[in-house]
Design a protein around this ligand. Structure first.
Ligand SMILES: [Zn+2]
Length: 239
């Protein structure tokens, strides 16, 4: 069974809104029969194995369905093999983008005490940096700017609210395709989607740190870009 989101592509807020209107939220549930069948294949690759997926449709109760899973072409996470929209220039599998959009309600529930702007920025930066293998100018720009943002947050302590202002001044320039890219990421949106809501705050921080660490081959370049940006002085945390 494949679960079909709305056909075609949409972008940004419209895309999130479209998914919210569909009201799908995925939570994986691997039943014993499916796990036994998977083990019998002798393969360690979980991609494209049938799994029992438990999902919710708001207002109409909970459902479980057997769906395949696939490895996201961007971040490498194992995600539901569904059809549907993807981001305009962040290359991902539709199931990965659906998991990311499914975190909107959780993001909206964050309070000031959570330092919501920094958490949300860490999530956006990490997801963007993990979907990076397109030569499209907008993707090169997105990956570079969000890695600069991770660097600014993690190494200089610049808060998320300030980063949102600064990022707007960093985007209007040409950035190269960053290679080499990480082979894998320790934490992905799949881990967030699978986690209990109360655990996501810590996971997002860990995801940001792990994503930044995975890009270690590019740290010098990204630090140099950050140091050259208006509003940022090396080693300082501008307010
Ligand atoms: Zn992905």
């Amino acid at each position: 069974m494949r679960i079909c989101f709305r056909a075609g592509h949409c972008r940004g807020g419209d895309q999130v809104q479209a998914l919210q209107q569909e009201n799908f939220g995925f939570r994986r549930f691997a039943g014993e029969e499916e796990l036994a069948a998977a083990r019998s294949t002798g393969s360690d690759d979980r991609a494209r194995r049938p799994r029992v997926i438990r999902f919710r449709q708001q207002g109409t109760g909970r459902y479980r369905a057997v769906v395949s899973e696939v490895r996201c072409c961007g971040c490498g996470a194992i995600v539901p093999d569904v059809t549907g929209p993807v981001h305009a220039y962040m290359p991902s599998s539709p199931g990965c983008w659906a998991l990311y959009c499914g975190l909107e309600d959780w993001k909206a529930s964050l309070s000031v005490g959570h330092d919501a702007p920094t958490l949300v920025q860490h999530l956006v930066d990490s997801y963007a940096a993990q979907h990076s293998d397109s030569p499209d100018r907008r993707n090169r720009q997105s990956v570079a700017v969000h890695l600069i943002s991770l660097c600014a947050s993690l190494e200089q302590g610049i808060p998320g609210a300030r980063l949102r202002q600064l990022i707007g001044t960093w985007t209007h320039r040409e950035y190269p395709l960053l290679v080499p890219r990480p082979d894998a990421y320790q934490l992905t949106v799949r881990d967030l989607a699978d986690a209990a809501e109360q655990d996501r705050t810590g996971l997002v921080s860990d995801m940001a740190a792990a994503t930044w660490a995975a890009w270690s081959a590019q740290h010098d370049q990204i630090r140099a870009w950050l140091a050259a940006m208006p509003g940022v002085r090396p080693g300082t945390a501008p307010r």
